[in-house]
Design a protein around this ligand. Sequence first.
Ligand code: NAD
Length: 322
Amino acid sequence: MIHDKLRVAVIGVGHLGEYHVQKYKAISNVELIGIADTNPVRAKEISDLYGVKAFNSHKELLGKVDAVSLVVPTEQHFEVAKDVLSRGVHLLIEKPITYQLQPADIMINMAREKGLVFQVGLVERFNPAVVMMESLLSKPVFLESHRMNEFTARGIDVDVVIDLMIHDLDIILHNVRSEIKEVHAVGMSVITDKTDIANSRIVFEDGTVANLTASRVSNKNLRKIRVFQPDAYMSINCLKREISVIRLDADLKNKNQFPQLSAEKTTFPGRDPLADEIASFVNSVIAGTEPVVSGDDGRKALKVALGIINQIESGCRSFRAI
Ligand code: NAD
């Protein structure tokens, strides 16, 4: 790094981009050079609130920074990311990487050719409860995820599989070390003209089954993952950042001499997955290491998500390996 501090910017400072601004400002070896947003009113609001320079366009700031967070709507990811990567700037692109495979491949190749860190903002991988679950996973037999959001007008440029289910697809694909054998998916649109609620059941070659449900038209927010494996049942509440691990305790017997279950709950007060994700990106850039969630990871989850969407939209009830 030529400068004392890593010079960064945030492109797109809507709902989530504002949080990226806050997290960068809290990192001591980072200098937040500026922000860019096509909405001048929003750009000024964030500029005034955080005392950071607003640039008229992302192209203006690219020569001045080492790394950026790209937090624009998914439809805009590819067009802006191409500019960022072609200028040799490291990129943290919000999830989903994009909504088609070809642009994802182009971005991954551009980053690789230029030796840039290209991280995808699948933030749940930094959720401490998920990190603990991953450390305890041995041979999962069944994984189940529920990711339900109340309806908001954000994220509706893509359907719920790409917007929400993608987090759980990423976690499951990262942890089940087996190829997909079969996927069955159903879904429907409720408020938007795209799929708003979806379920998919993925069967892996090694017999592991994953059942994923995502909705953006729920009456409450809920994010849970459950895992069965031979030595434990784990229940993860991603929103509360807590994990319960239930095991069969051979030493504990009831009056009929059956072994009892023992449960242990772990919570992580004060932990902030987005701050950890951004700190991890900064560290990868400074150290020149692979990001925790790579462009390839983002593409892998996208590929399965597109297969699920295709199946839902074609009304086909099942399709073979993708
Ligand atoms: P948003 O609509 O609140 O904000 C997007 C901002 O980008 C707006 O201010 C808009 O004016 C600006 N913008 C649009 N096109 C632009 C361009 N070409 N250049 C610069 N600015 C531009 O959306 P959001 O909810 O903040 O979502 C943004 C991205 O973050 C999406 O990709 C979304 O999927 C992702 N997201 C991720 C998570 C997560 O859990 N990781 C959560 C929410 C959103």
